[in-house]
Design a protein around this ligand. Structure first.
Ligand code: GLA
Length: 385
C-alpha cells in the first residue's frame, strides 16, 4: 500500500499541486449473503484494506483520474451528455460522478490519483471502495455536504444503472458507515444499523481462494431474478409482500408447491439466511461465539446447496476451516463464485489456524491462499498527511 506521503508525493509529481487525501474501505461480510437486495439483514465490517484518493479541484468541469495500480489515466467531461460506459474500471468512477450530478450535486472538475490495497475480484468490495472514495472526494472538493447514507445509495445506483450489476446496498453502505472494531447489523429495508462489537476472544480471519469465476455478474443478476420470481409466485397467497424479507421459512414451506425446485431453493436460502443474521447478531452480542459460528457454517451450506453460489475451491477452504481447532465457524463471504471465506476463530488459535489453512489449501488445490486477520475500520473519511 502507498503510504500517505507516497500518495501525496505521487499526486504532486503527476499533477503539480497540493491534493486533499481521502480513503474508503473494502469489506468482509460476517453473515447475510444476497439478503441485501431482498430487503433483508446483513452483518458486514469495513476492512483495513482500502482505496486511497489524492484529489484537487480544477477550474473547469474535466475529471482526470489516474489509477496507480493500472498505470492508466482517463479523462471525462462532466458536461458531456449521456456518456457511454466503457466496460472497464472507469465506469465505477464516471458512474458515480454521473449519479451525483443527476441527484443535483453540482461538481467541480478534479484531478484524482487513486491507489487501492483491496484485492481485486475477490469478493471484498474493491469496486465499492473505489466508488465511495471517488464520490466522497468529489463532494468534498465541491464543498457539498456529505450524507453517508445518500452517498451509499448513489454509489449503488452507479453500479446498478451505469455498470449494469444489480447489486444491493451492502458494499457501498458499509464502506460509507463502517465502525472501528465493530460489525454492523443492517436492516436493508429501513437502513437502520446497529453496531455489534467483535468479541475480543475471537478474531475474524479472511482467506482468499484466489479464484474468481467469470460468470459472476451474470449469475448474480440471475439469482436476483429468481428471488423476484419467488415473490411474484407467493404474492397471490401471502398478500401484499414486497420482498422475500416478508416471507418466513414456515410460509415458504407451506406454499412450496407454487414454486419450481430451483426458485424454491433460491428463496429458501434467503428466508433462512435472514433468520440466521438476526440470530447471529444476538449471539455475538451475548458472547455466544459457538452459536454465531454454527450459524456461519449453516450459511455456507445454504449458499452451497440452495443458492449455488460457491465453487469447489471455496467449499474446500470452508471444509478445511471447519476441521481445525479453535474455529467457531467459517463460510464464503461476498457475491460468490470464488473469492474469500470468513472464519471466526478463537484469538489464541488464530496464528496456528492461518498457517494450517495455507498448508491444507495448497495440498488440496495447488493454490496459495492469502490469509489475514481483520481489524474492522471506520467508513470513508479524509486522510491527513
Ligand atoms: C455483492 C453485492 C452486494 C451483495 C453481495 C452478496 O457483494 O455487491 O450487494 O448482494 O454480493 O451478499
Amino acid at each position: 500500500m502507498f503510504t500517505i506521503e507516497e500518495l501525496e508525493a505521487g499526486f504532486k509529481a503527476r499533477f503539480g499541486r497540493q491534493p486533499q487525501l481521502f480513503r474508503a474501505p473494502g469489506r468482509v461480510n460476517l453473515i447475510g449473503e444476497h439478503t441485501d437486495y431482498n430487503d433483508g439483514f446483513i452483518m458486514p465490517a469495513a476492512l483495513e484494506y482500502e482505496t486511497r484518493a489524492a484529489a484537487a479541484a480544477r477550474a473547469d468541469r474535466i475529471l482526470r483520474v489516474h489509477s496507480v495500480s493500472r498505470n492508466e489515466t482517463v479523462e471525462f467531461d462532466l458536461d458531456s451528455p449521456n456518456p457511454a460506459p466503457r466496460k472497464d474500471w472507469t465506469d465505477y468512477v464516471f458512474g458515480v460522478a454521473v449519479m451525483l450530478e443527476r441527484a443535483g450535486k453540482r461538481l467541480t472538475g478534479a484531478d484524482i490519483l487513486i491507489v487501492s490495497s483491496v484485492p481485486l475480484g475477490s469478493g471484498l468490495s474493491s469496486s465499492a471502495a473505489l466508488e465511495v472514495s471517488i464520490g466522497y472526494s468529489l463532494l468534498a472538493l465541491a464543498g457539498l455536504p456529505i450524507d453517508r447514507v445518500e452517498l451509499a445509495k448513489l454509489c449503488q445506483k452507479a453500479e446498478n444503472e451505469y455498470v449494469g450489476m444489480r447489486c444491493g446496498i451492502m458494499d457501498q453502505f458499509i464502506s460509507c458507515n463502517g465502525e472501528h472494531d465493530h460489525a454492523l447489523m443492517i436492516d436493508c429495508r429501513s437502513l437502520e444499523k446497529r453496531s455489534v462489537p467483535i468479541d475480543p476472544r475471537a478474531v475474524v480471519v479472511v482467506a482468499n481462494s484466489m479464484v474468481h469465476h467469470e460468470l459472476a455478474s451474470g449469475e448474480y443478476n440471475k439469482r436476483r431474478a429468481s428471488c423476484e420470481e419467488g415473490v411474484r409466485l407467493l404474492r397471490p397467497v401471502l398478500g401484499d409482500i414486497k420482498a422475500l424479507r416478508d416471507v418466513s421459512p414456515d410460509q415458504l414451506e407451506q406454499h412450496k408447491a407454487l414454486l419450481d425446485d430451483v426458485t424454491y431453493r433460491r428463496c429458501r436460502h434467503i428466508v433462512t439466511e435472514n433468520d440466521r443474521v438476526v440470530e447471529a447478531a444476538a449471539a455475538l452480542e451475548a458472547g455466544d461465539l459457538a452459536r454465531c459460528g454454527a450459524l456461519m457454517n449453516a450459511s455456507h451450506v445454504s449458499m452451497r446447496d440452495d443458492y449455488e453460489i460457491t465453487c469447489d475451491e471455496v467449499d474446500k477452504l470452508a471444509e478445511i476451516a471447519w476441521k481445525l481447532p479453535g474455529v467457531f465457524g467459517s463460510r464464503m463471504t461476498g457475491g460468490g463464485f470464488g473469492g474469500c471465506t470468513v472464519s471466526l476463530v478463537e484469538a489464541g488459535a488464530a496464528e496456528a489456524f492461518m498457517a494450517a489453512v495455507k498448508v491444507a489449501y495448497k495440498e488440496a488445490t495447488g493454490l496459495d491462499t492469502v490469509i489475514f486477520a481483520c481489524s474492522p475500520r471506520e467508513g470513508v473519511s479524509a486522510l491527513s498527511a
